[in-house]
Design a protein around this ligand. Structure first.
Ligand code: GDP
Length: 424
């Protein structure tokens, strides 16, 4: 049985908690895209963890965690993350890493920084983790697969090949120090040796697991609106956060899906640049930002204040549709308990026309939100475990949104802790 947990919006929907919860009932948890550029927040008996590259199953000893070939593998970040969690009392995670995964190098991080510097005010707000240069190299075919790092000669040749192009850019465009191929070869050969026992043919392993009816959970990073094809281009990430890509990035047959769970928040939040139709500003935004999540809406990776706004049903309906969601989970419902009234954006107004289908970027940039205002429930709902026990106005809010996004809201999260969940 394969299921996926993916984001319906801009990322940071609270996927970490839901994945951690469902990991408990899974045998295998797989990361299929992205790198150490985002962060899942997980809170359990060991404390609070921000996971960037490790699959969220690492907190459960029975789970085998897999890093698929679609991931941008930053070996140093991975080793640091393993050390951080084991230092804090978690057992050594069971981890398998695809021999086909490509490695995110120090020069990808450097290029990410240089490019943001070059773009200046026009920058996209990159997390500077090297993700765009990494995927650029992958599709330019100048990346390095992990299997190629286990042989010094092959590694050296691959790096030399990349350096020819990269050094031209470093010298003439960015005016920065050049790549030192010999030094990089030594460094990455040694790093690959450190993770060698975990490297394997992940696709064979996962196909076998499907045949054996193992419970496999694919864990997406970011959300639909960051997809390079279907998101708000160019304010997108460089790999697909869609469940549809999950099978490719993991190495699984596309027919194996049983369930796709899209995660959304009870309000909207977004890190980085780009159009964000329901954005709030000033005191209203500050209040929501302060109350959001488990410690305010600040990036798990960057600490940057997240942009916050009202629930955007246009974007989320599209987000669930493109994920092929069978179920939707709404997180952070408890956060809204302080509001007298709550707005939900049900349509956009673009050039005087009402638009209900999420459009292309030049049109989203012009969109104004059309809101429906619902009454707030003015109550702390943390601790409630049964849907019937939620205040009526809270249920009204949930049911209104469920209808708008056209996807069953089967779980409601009313607090950051694992057990703070309401099944419907
Ligand atoms: P992810 O990238 O989708 O995993 O999202 P993050 O985990 O970075 O962000 C979600 C934030 O919301 C984190 O601070 C979580 O601890 C927190 N969180 C998740 N679910 C809930 C919830 O139902 N209520 C509250 N108050 N916080 C939540």
């Amino acid at each position: 049985m394969v299921r996926a947990i993916v984001g319906a919006n801009w990322g940071d929907e609270g996927k970490g908690k839901i994945t951690d919860m469902l990991a408990q009932e899974s045998d295998i948890v797989v990361r299929f895209q992205g790198g150490a550029n985002a962060g899942h927040t997980i809170i359990n008996q060991y404390g609070k963890f921000a996971l960037h590259l490790l699959p969220s199953g690492v907190c459960h000893q029975h789970v085998v965690n897999v890093i698929g070939p679609g991931v941008a593998l930053d070996i140093e970040a991975l080793l640091n993350e393993i050390k951080t969690i084991t230092d804090r009392g978690l057992p050594q995670p069971k981890l398998l890493i695809s021999d086909r995964a490509q490695v995110l190098m120090e020069y990808h991080v450097a290029f990410d920084c240089y490019e943001e510097e070059r773009l200046g005010k026009a920058s996209f707000g990159s997390t500077k983790s090297g993700i765009a240069p990494f995927y650029g190299d992958k599709y330019m075919k100048i990346g390095v697969q992990l299997c190629q790092m286990l042989d010094k000669e092959i590694l050296h040749a691959r790096l030399e090949n990349a350096a020819r192009l990269k050094n031209a850019m470093l010298e003439n465009l960015y005016h920065k120090p050049l790549m030192d191929v010999d030094q990089l070869t030594e460094k990455y050969y040694a790093l690959a040796q450190q993770i060698k026992p975990m490297i394997c043919d992940v696709a064979q392993y996962l196909h076998r697991a499907v045949k054996e009816n193992k419970r496999i959970l694919l864990e997406g990073q970011l959300g639909t609106l960051r997809d390079p094809d279907h998101g708000i281009f160019p304010f997108t990430t460089s790999s697909s956060p869609l469940a549809g890509f999950g099978m490719v990035g993991a190495g699984l047959p596309p027919t194996a899906f049983e369930q796709v769970i899209a995660v959304t928040k009870a309000y909207s939040s977004c890190v980085g640049a780009g159009p964000f139709t329901t954005e709030l500003f000033g005191d209203e935004a500050e209040e929501l930002r302060k109350r959001g999540g488990d410690a305010g809406e600040y990036g798990a990776k960057t600490g940057r204040p997240r942009r916050v706004g009202w629930f955007d049903a246009v974007a989320t309906r599209y987000g669930c549709m493109m994920q092929g969601a069978t179920d939707c989970v709404m997180t952070n419902l408890d956060v809204l308990g302080y509001l007298d009234e709550i707005k939900v954006c049900v349509a956009y107004e673009i050039d005087g026309q009402e638009v209900r289908d999420f459009p292309v970027t030049p049109l989203v940039e012009k969109a104004k939100p059309r809101y429906v205002t619902l009454p707030g429930w003015k109550q702390d709902i943390r601790g409630i475990t049964r849907y019937e026990d939620l205040p009526e106005k809270c249920r009204q809010y949930v049911e209104f949104i469920e209808k708008e996004i056209d996807c069953p809201l089967t779980m409601l999260s009313n607090g950051p802790k694992r057990e703070e969940i309401i099944y419907r």
